[in-house]
Design a protein around this ligand. Structure first.
Ligand SMILES: Nc1ncnc2c1ncn2[C@@H]1O[C@H](COP(=O)(O)OP(=O)(O)OP(=O)(O)O)[C@@H](O)[C@H]1O
Length: 319
Protein backbone atom coordinates (compact mmCIF):
# COMPACT_ATOMS: atom_id res chain seq x y z
CA UNK A 1 0.00 0.00 0.00
CA UNK A 2 1.38 3.43 -0.91
CA UNK A 3 1.87 5.66 2.08
CA UNK A 4 -0.02 8.94 2.15
CA UNK A 5 1.95 9.95 5.24
CA UNK A 6 5.31 8.87 6.65
CA UNK A 7 6.97 10.13 9.81
CA UNK A 8 10.55 9.13 10.54
CA UNK A 9 12.17 9.90 13.87
CA UNK A 10 10.08 13.04 14.39
CA UNK A 11 10.66 15.02 17.57
CA UNK A 12 9.39 18.32 18.95
CA UNK A 13 10.95 20.40 21.70
CA UNK A 14 9.41 23.46 23.26
CA UNK A 15 12.41 25.05 24.96
CA UNK A 16 13.68 22.39 27.33
CA UNK A 17 10.53 20.32 27.10
CA UNK A 18 10.52 17.34 24.74
CA UNK A 19 6.85 17.02 23.76
CA UNK A 20 7.31 14.42 20.98
CA UNK A 21 10.17 11.94 20.76
CA UNK A 22 11.53 9.82 17.90
CA UNK A 23 8.09 9.24 16.39
CA UNK A 24 7.83 7.08 13.27
CA UNK A 25 4.66 5.76 11.66
CA UNK A 26 2.90 5.45 8.32
CA UNK A 27 -0.64 5.93 7.09
CA UNK A 28 -1.56 4.18 3.83
CA UNK A 29 -3.65 5.90 1.17
CA UNK A 30 -7.37 5.50 1.84
CA UNK A 31 -6.86 4.35 5.43
CA UNK A 32 -8.63 5.68 8.50
CA UNK A 33 -5.95 6.02 11.16
CA UNK A 34 -6.62 6.88 14.80
CA UNK A 35 -3.94 8.85 16.58
CA UNK A 36 -4.60 8.01 20.20
CA UNK A 37 -3.34 9.24 23.51
CA UNK A 38 -4.31 11.10 26.66
CA UNK A 39 -4.48 14.88 26.80
CA UNK A 40 -0.96 16.25 26.59
CA UNK A 41 0.53 13.14 24.93
CA UNK A 42 1.73 15.19 21.96
CA UNK A 43 -1.02 14.59 19.41
CA UNK A 44 -1.77 18.20 18.48
CA UNK A 45 1.95 19.00 18.30
CA UNK A 46 2.41 16.12 15.85
CA UNK A 47 -0.60 17.05 13.73
CA UNK A 48 0.67 20.63 13.50
CA UNK A 49 4.07 19.38 12.33
CA UNK A 50 2.41 17.14 9.73
CA UNK A 51 0.45 20.15 8.44
CA UNK A 52 3.63 22.27 8.34
CA UNK A 53 2.09 24.74 10.86
CA UNK A 54 5.15 24.30 13.08
CA UNK A 55 8.55 22.81 12.27
CA UNK A 56 9.72 19.46 13.63
CA UNK A 57 12.81 19.75 15.82
CA UNK A 58 14.13 16.46 14.44
CA UNK A 59 13.12 13.85 11.86
CA UNK A 60 11.43 13.76 8.51
CA UNK A 61 7.79 14.01 7.41
CA UNK A 62 6.42 13.07 3.99
CA UNK A 63 2.79 13.91 3.27
CA UNK A 64 1.31 13.22 -0.17
CA UNK A 65 4.85 13.16 -1.54
CA UNK A 66 5.82 16.56 -0.10
CA UNK A 67 8.37 17.26 2.66
CA UNK A 68 6.17 20.00 4.14
CA UNK A 69 2.40 20.00 4.57
CA UNK A 70 2.25 23.61 3.42
CA UNK A 71 3.33 22.57 -0.06
CA UNK A 72 0.23 20.37 -0.43
CA UNK A 73 -2.14 22.40 1.76
CA UNK A 74 -4.84 22.55 -0.93
CA UNK A 75 -4.97 18.74 -0.97
CA UNK A 76 -5.38 18.54 2.82
CA UNK A 77 -8.43 19.24 4.99
CA UNK A 78 -7.89 20.15 8.64
CA UNK A 79 -10.31 20.38 11.54
CA UNK A 80 -8.40 22.10 14.38
CA UNK A 81 -9.03 21.38 18.05
CA UNK A 82 -9.80 25.04 18.68
CA UNK A 83 -13.01 25.58 16.81
CA UNK A 84 -15.13 28.56 15.95
CA UNK A 85 -16.52 29.77 12.66
CA UNK A 86 -17.58 33.35 12.13
CA UNK A 87 -20.66 33.61 14.32
CA UNK A 88 -22.59 35.97 12.08
CA UNK A 89 -22.14 33.91 8.93
CA UNK A 90 -24.61 31.29 7.77
CA UNK A 91 -23.28 27.73 7.40
CA UNK A 92 -23.38 28.07 3.61
CA UNK A 93 -21.36 31.33 3.67
CA UNK A 94 -18.84 29.90 6.15
CA UNK A 95 -18.31 26.68 4.19
CA UNK A 96 -18.01 28.53 0.85
CA UNK A 97 -15.54 30.97 2.45
CA UNK A 98 -13.28 28.14 3.65
CA UNK A 99 -13.58 26.50 0.22
CA UNK A 100 -12.50 29.75 -1.46
CA UNK A 101 -9.32 29.75 0.67
CA UNK A 102 -8.52 26.38 -0.90
CA UNK A 103 -9.27 27.45 -4.47
CA UNK A 104 -12.96 26.50 -4.77
CA UNK A 105 -14.89 29.27 -6.66
CA UNK A 106 -17.53 30.79 -4.33
CA UNK A 107 -20.56 29.72 -6.38
CA UNK A 108 -19.28 26.15 -6.53
CA UNK A 109 -18.47 26.29 -2.80
CA UNK A 110 -22.04 27.38 -2.03
CA UNK A 111 -23.44 24.61 -4.19
CA UNK A 112 -21.27 21.99 -2.46
CA UNK A 113 -22.08 23.49 0.96
CA UNK A 114 -25.83 23.08 0.40
CA UNK A 115 -25.38 19.54 -0.86
CA UNK A 116 -23.20 18.53 2.11
CA UNK A 117 -25.47 20.24 4.65
CA UNK A 118 -28.48 18.43 3.18
CA UNK A 119 -26.61 15.12 3.32
CA UNK A 120 -25.83 15.73 7.00
CA UNK A 121 -29.41 16.54 7.89
CA UNK A 122 -28.62 20.23 8.35
CA UNK A 123 -30.61 21.42 5.35
CA UNK A 124 -33.09 23.30 7.54
CA UNK A 125 -30.27 25.27 9.19
CA UNK A 126 -28.65 26.48 5.97
CA UNK A 127 -29.82 30.07 6.37
CA UNK A 128 -29.43 30.39 10.15
CA UNK A 129 -26.49 32.20 11.72
CA UNK A 130 -23.66 30.04 13.07
CA UNK A 131 -24.24 31.42 16.56
CA UNK A 132 -27.79 30.03 16.53
CA UNK A 133 -26.65 26.45 15.91
CA UNK A 134 -26.12 23.82 18.59
CA UNK A 135 -22.55 22.78 19.31
CA UNK A 136 -23.05 19.49 17.48
CA UNK A 137 -24.44 21.25 14.41
CA UNK A 138 -21.64 23.84 14.44
CA UNK A 139 -19.05 21.09 14.66
CA UNK A 140 -20.54 19.30 11.67
CA UNK A 141 -20.52 22.58 9.74
CA UNK A 142 -16.89 23.11 10.62
CA UNK A 143 -16.02 19.61 9.47
CA UNK A 144 -17.84 20.25 6.19
CA UNK A 145 -15.88 23.51 5.85
CA UNK A 146 -12.65 21.56 6.21
CA UNK A 147 -13.55 19.09 3.44
CA UNK A 148 -15.46 21.27 0.96
CA UNK A 149 -12.41 21.38 -1.35
CA UNK A 150 -12.52 17.54 -1.53
CA UNK A 151 -9.12 16.93 0.04
CA UNK A 152 -7.19 13.70 -0.44
CA UNK A 153 -6.04 13.78 3.17
CA UNK A 154 -8.24 14.79 6.09
CA UNK A 155 -6.73 15.56 9.50
CA UNK A 156 -9.13 15.95 12.41
CA UNK A 157 -7.94 17.01 15.87
CA UNK A 158 -10.26 15.60 18.56
CA UNK A 159 -13.32 15.74 16.26
CA UNK A 160 -15.59 13.98 18.77
CA UNK A 161 -14.95 16.21 21.75
CA UNK A 162 -18.03 17.91 23.12
CA UNK A 163 -20.50 15.99 20.97
CA UNK A 164 -23.41 13.98 22.33
CA UNK A 165 -23.64 10.26 21.35
CA UNK A 166 -26.05 10.92 18.46
CA UNK A 167 -23.79 13.54 16.93
CA UNK A 168 -20.75 11.35 17.58
CA UNK A 169 -22.42 8.63 15.54
CA UNK A 170 -23.19 11.11 12.77
CA UNK A 171 -19.56 12.16 12.74
CA UNK A 172 -18.38 8.57 12.61
CA UNK A 173 -20.60 8.05 9.56
CA UNK A 174 -19.14 11.18 7.94
CA UNK A 175 -15.59 9.93 8.50
CA UNK A 176 -16.49 6.54 7.00
CA UNK A 177 -18.03 8.35 4.04
CA UNK A 178 -14.82 10.33 3.46
CA UNK A 179 -12.77 7.14 3.40
CA UNK A 180 -15.32 5.42 1.13
CA UNK A 181 -14.83 8.30 -1.30
CA UNK A 182 -11.09 7.58 -1.31
CA UNK A 183 -9.74 10.08 1.23
CA UNK A 184 -7.10 9.21 3.81
CA UNK A 185 -8.19 10.19 7.32
CA UNK A 186 -6.03 10.76 10.38
CA UNK A 187 -7.89 11.78 13.52
CA UNK A 188 -6.74 12.27 17.09
CA UNK A 189 -8.77 11.23 20.09
CA UNK A 190 -8.41 10.13 23.68
CA UNK A 191 -11.69 8.16 23.44
CA UNK A 192 -10.77 4.65 22.40
CA UNK A 193 -14.28 3.52 21.42
CA UNK A 194 -14.38 5.75 18.34
CA UNK A 195 -11.08 4.40 17.13
CA UNK A 196 -12.22 0.86 17.87
CA UNK A 197 -15.22 1.24 15.59
CA UNK A 198 -13.66 3.28 12.81
CA UNK A 199 -10.00 2.63 12.30
CA UNK A 200 -8.03 0.52 9.84
CA UNK A 201 -5.04 1.27 12.00
CA UNK A 202 -4.16 3.03 15.22
CA UNK A 203 -1.06 4.73 16.54
CA UNK A 204 -0.90 4.98 20.34
CA UNK A 205 1.05 7.84 21.82
CA UNK A 206 2.00 8.19 25.48
CA UNK A 207 4.20 10.97 26.86
CA UNK A 208 5.38 11.89 23.39
CA UNK A 209 6.46 8.39 22.43
CA UNK A 210 4.84 5.81 20.19
CA UNK A 211 3.56 2.92 22.29
CA UNK A 212 1.94 0.95 19.45
CA UNK A 213 1.23 1.03 15.72
CA UNK A 214 -1.02 -1.53 14.02
CA UNK A 215 -4.62 -2.63 13.58
CA UNK A 216 -7.20 -2.50 16.38
CA UNK A 217 -7.19 -6.33 16.47
CA UNK A 218 -3.41 -6.37 16.81
CA UNK A 219 -3.59 -3.82 19.62
CA UNK A 220 -6.22 -5.86 21.46
CA UNK A 221 -4.16 -9.01 21.02
CA UNK A 222 -1.39 -7.44 23.11
CA UNK A 223 -3.73 -7.69 26.13
CA UNK A 224 -5.03 -10.79 27.85
CA UNK A 225 -8.62 -11.75 28.49
CA UNK A 226 -9.85 -11.00 31.98
CA UNK A 227 -12.69 -11.83 34.32
CA UNK A 228 -15.02 -9.33 35.85
CA UNK A 229 -16.56 -10.47 39.12
CA UNK A 230 -19.12 -8.63 41.19
CA UNK A 231 -20.15 -9.41 44.73
CA UNK A 232 -19.00 -9.34 48.31
CA UNK A 233 -15.69 -11.00 47.53
CA UNK A 234 -12.15 -10.46 48.77
CA UNK A 235 -9.49 -9.74 46.15
CA UNK A 236 -7.25 -12.32 47.82
CA UNK A 237 -9.79 -15.12 47.30
CA UNK A 238 -10.09 -14.20 43.62
CA UNK A 239 -6.31 -14.18 43.20
CA UNK A 240 -6.27 -17.85 44.25
CA UNK A 241 -8.66 -18.95 41.48
CA UNK A 242 -7.04 -21.10 38.77
CA UNK A 243 -5.68 -19.15 35.78
CA UNK A 244 -5.84 -15.79 37.56
CA UNK A 245 -2.56 -13.86 37.46
CA UNK A 246 -3.58 -10.62 39.14
CA UNK A 247 -6.58 -8.85 40.66
CA UNK A 248 -7.59 -5.24 41.00
CA UNK A 249 -10.70 -3.62 42.41
CA UNK A 250 -12.50 -1.70 39.63
CA UNK A 251 -15.18 -0.19 41.84
CA UNK A 252 -16.69 -0.53 45.27
CA UNK A 253 -20.06 0.77 46.31
CA UNK A 254 -22.13 -0.27 49.37
CA UNK A 255 -20.50 -3.70 49.58
CA UNK A 256 -20.99 -4.37 45.84
CA UNK A 257 -17.41 -4.77 44.76
CA UNK A 258 -16.38 -5.19 41.13
CA UNK A 259 -13.08 -6.98 40.68
CA UNK A 260 -11.05 -7.36 37.55
CA UNK A 261 -8.97 -10.52 37.39
CA UNK A 262 -6.29 -10.91 34.72
CA UNK A 263 -6.09 -14.36 33.15
CA UNK A 264 -2.97 -16.24 32.14
CA UNK A 265 -2.43 -16.71 28.39
CA UNK A 266 -4.69 -19.54 27.18
CA UNK A 267 -6.85 -19.60 30.34
CA UNK A 268 -10.53 -19.73 29.40
CA UNK A 269 -12.04 -18.71 32.74
CA UNK A 270 -14.17 -21.88 33.13
CA UNK A 271 -11.88 -23.37 35.76
CA UNK A 272 -11.96 -20.13 37.72
CA UNK A 273 -15.78 -20.03 37.55
CA UNK A 274 -16.05 -23.61 38.79
CA UNK A 275 -13.61 -22.95 41.63
CA UNK A 276 -15.42 -19.75 42.61
CA UNK A 277 -18.68 -21.67 43.14
CA UNK A 278 -17.01 -24.65 44.80
CA UNK A 279 -15.31 -22.40 47.36
CA UNK A 280 -18.61 -20.62 48.01
CA UNK A 281 -17.55 -17.14 46.90
CA UNK A 282 -20.46 -14.69 46.98
CA UNK A 283 -20.36 -13.96 43.24
CA UNK A 284 -23.37 -12.10 41.84
CA UNK A 285 -21.90 -11.56 38.38
CA UNK A 286 -19.13 -13.38 36.58
CA UNK A 287 -18.11 -12.30 33.10
CA UNK A 288 -15.33 -13.29 30.75
CA UNK A 289 -14.20 -10.16 28.95
CA UNK A 290 -12.19 -9.75 25.77
CA UNK A 291 -9.73 -6.88 26.03
CA UNK A 292 -10.86 -3.63 24.47
CA UNK A 293 -8.60 -1.04 22.86
CA UNK A 294 -8.90 0.86 26.13
CA UNK A 295 -7.49 -2.17 28.01
CA UNK A 296 -4.71 -2.55 25.45
CA UNK A 297 -3.80 1.10 25.84
CA UNK A 298 -3.47 0.71 29.61
CA UNK A 299 -1.40 -2.47 29.24
CA UNK A 300 0.85 -0.99 26.56
CA UNK A 301 1.54 2.31 28.24
CA UNK A 302 0.77 1.93 31.92
CA UNK A 303 -1.26 5.11 31.43
CA UNK A 304 -4.96 5.70 31.34
CA UNK A 305 -6.18 7.22 28.03
CA UNK A 306 -8.53 9.55 29.93
CA UNK A 307 -5.87 10.98 32.19
CA UNK A 308 -4.15 14.27 31.45
CA UNK A 309 -0.45 14.27 30.66
CA UNK A 310 -0.24 17.98 29.95
CA UNK A 311 0.56 18.48 33.63
CA UNK A 312 4.14 17.55 32.77
CA UNK A 313 5.07 21.16 32.28
CA UNK A 314 8.43 22.14 30.78
CA UNK A 315 10.15 22.73 34.16
CA UNK A 316 9.09 19.34 35.45
CA UNK A 317 9.97 17.51 32.25
CA UNK A 318 13.43 19.08 32.12
CA UNK A 319 14.43 17.39 35.34
N1 LIG B 1 3.64 25.96 22.24
C1 LIG B 1 3.97 25.21 23.29
N2 LIG B 1 4.91 25.61 24.17
C2 LIG B 1 5.26 24.84 25.23
N3 LIG B 1 4.71 23.62 25.49
C3 LIG B 1 3.77 23.18 24.64
C4 LIG B 1 3.35 23.95 23.50
N4 LIG B 1 2.39 23.23 22.85
C5 LIG B 1 2.22 22.08 23.55
N5 LIG B 1 3.05 22.06 24.62
C6 LIG B 1 3.17 20.97 25.61
O1 LIG B 1 3.48 19.79 24.89
C7 LIG B 1 2.77 18.67 25.42
C8 LIG B 1 1.97 18.03 24.32
O2 LIG B 1 0.89 18.89 23.98
P1 LIG B 1 -0.12 18.58 22.79
O3 LIG B 1 -1.12 19.67 22.73
O4 LIG B 1 0.66 18.25 21.57
O5 LIG B 1 -0.79 17.23 23.34
P2 LIG B 1 -2.16 16.53 22.91
O6 LIG B 1 -1.88 15.07 22.96
O7 LIG B 1 -2.66 17.07 21.64
O8 LIG B 1 -3.12 16.92 24.06
P3 LIG B 1 -4.53 17.69 23.98
O9 LIG B 1 -5.50 16.68 23.53
O10 LIG B 1 -4.73 18.13 25.40
O11 LIG B 1 -4.34 18.83 23.03
C9 LIG B 1 1.93 19.20 26.59
O12 LIG B 1 2.62 18.93 27.79
C10 LIG B 1 1.85 20.68 26.31
O13 LIG B 1 1.77 21.40 27.54
Amino acid sequence: MTAALTLEGVGKRYGEFQAVRDLSFEVGRGQICGFLGPNGAGKTSTLRMILGLQPATTGRIDILGADNGRKVRDRIGFLPEERGLYKKMTPVDAIAFFGSLKGVPTAEGRRRAKELLDAQGLGASKARKMKELSKGMAQKVQLIASIVHRPEFVILDEPFSGLDPVNQQGLEAMIRGLAADGATVLFSTHVMQHAERLCDKVVLLARGRKAFEGTVAEARATSRRFLELEGDIAAEAVSKLPGVTGVEISSELDGARVLRAALAAGAGGQEALKAAFLTGLDVRRFELREPTLHDAFIDLTGDHPDQDQSVSKPAEAAR
